[in-house]
Design a protein around this ligand. Structure first.
Ligand SMILES: Nc1ncnc2c1ncn2[C@@H]1O[C@H](COP(=O)(O)OP(=O)(O)OP(=O)(O)O)[C@@H](O)[C@H]1O
Length: 338
């Protein structure tokens, strides 16, 4: 990767015997929106704190915009806008004054600070509410104000820790759209940590799946999907005109088709997982059974499945006697032959 804006090499953080971050290697390029996706306690915040030079790594290095974050945190701070998950404001002051105050703290000349603050309030959609006290703002409004505070110093990189926490779904969508637009318009690099899969999927160019301090995978969502689901690369969903009655018999016969390793039936929808593209054979099979086919489609995997798969693998690794290969278990993933 050419001149990464963020570069983590062998980054490790121990809290006593706990490895909060374990040999993390990651590069993020200019203008990219990268989603660090992981459950609570995965080590996301610890990683961010090391990127900002707010906590020292036990081993490894962090470089942000060419500066070593551990030895030169002040230079990094000038380039990075950080929005923590619990951003604080002066509740008794109006929102615009909060922003102006933040601008002054960041060294913006007095002659420019008010104008820039007003522009930013417009940009984040708060122009009508800028005279209201920050303490009266809703959670979604506070996030927007937080974003304006992050942007006032015109950063090259913005780091957002769980930015959508506590916002309603409509607000989340608006907020993420705003981040995406800003990143694309101003070529800002964004690192966004979250445990909300669908949100990360909406906005990020690349995603890293982070579990128990380890980056288990990092790639574009479609590539993660291809890599992960190569065993069941061909999942075909066939919709029939009517629900099947003799499911067991159909299952037995379809499992005899070469490469088929899992079948799931939901009413009139049959999902068949196969190591090769056997779609014509499946279609023939149902036609020969006098079933009317209403639709045939290839299943695409989303982040939800990817995440679940990584969790499943991690959990399985940690179990000494765990997984069953029964194809008749409820979960699709557990139904796959091991
Ligand atoms: N200062 C600290 N001292 C000791 N342990 C810590 C400290 N900070 C974090 N940890 C532990 O390190 C691990 C990673 O925590 P971290 O806050 O980085 O995770 P996270 O992915 O950001 O989780 P969340 O989404 O809940 O904020 C957790 O087990 C946490 O308890």
């Amino acid at each position: 990767m050419k001149n990464p804006v963020i570069e983590l090499i062998g980054l490790t953080k121990l809290y006593g015997s706990l490895k909060a971050v374990d040999n993390l290697n990651l590069e993020i390029t200019k203008g990219e929106i990268y989603g660090l996706l992981g459950p609570n306690g995965a080590g996301k915040t610890t990683t961010i704190l090391m990127m900002l030079g707010l906590t020292e790594p036990t081993a490894g290095t962090v470089s942000v915009c060419g500066y070593n974050a551990t030895s030169n945190p002040v230079a990094v701070k000038q380039k990075v806008g950080y929005m923590p998950d619990n951003m604080g404001f002066y509740d008794g002051m109006n929102a615009l004054d909060n922003l102006i105050y933040m601008g002054r703290l960041n060294g913006i000349p007095e002659s420019m600070v008010k104008e820039r603050a007003v522009e930013l309030m417009e940009l984040v959609g708060l122009s009508k509410a800028m005279d209201k006290k920050a303490g009266t703002y809703s959670r979604g409004m506070k996030q927007r104000l937080g974003l304006a505070e992050v942007l006032i110093k015109q950063p090259d990189v913005i780091i957002l820790d769980e930015p959508t926490l506590g916002i309603d779904p409509a607000g989340v969508k608006e907020f993420l759209t705003l981040i995406k637009e800003l990143s694309k318009q101003q070529n800002i690099t964004v690192l966004l940590s979250s445990h909300h899969l669908n949100q990360v999927q909406q906005v990020c160019d690349r995603v890293g799946i982070f579990v128990e301090g380890r980056l288990l995978a990092s790639d574009h969502i479609d590539k993660l999907s291809t890599h992960l689901f190569s065993r069941e690369a061909h999942v075909v969903i066939i919709t029939l005109a009517h629900p099947l009655h003799n499911i067991e018999e159909y299952n037995q016969q379809l499992l005899k088709v070469e490469g088929v390793n899992a079948i799931e039936v939901h009413g009139n929808t049959i999902e068949i997982s196969c190591t090769r593209n056997a779609t014509p054979e499946f279609v023939r099979f149902f036609v020969e059974k006098d079933q009317d086919i209403m639709g045939v489609q290839r299943k695409e995997y989303g982040l939800e499945e990817i995440y679940q798969r990584y969790f499943e693998n991690t959990l399985t690794e940690n179990q000494t006697n765990g997984k069953s290969g029964s194809i008749f278990q409820r979960s699709f993933f557990k139904k796959i032959k091991k």
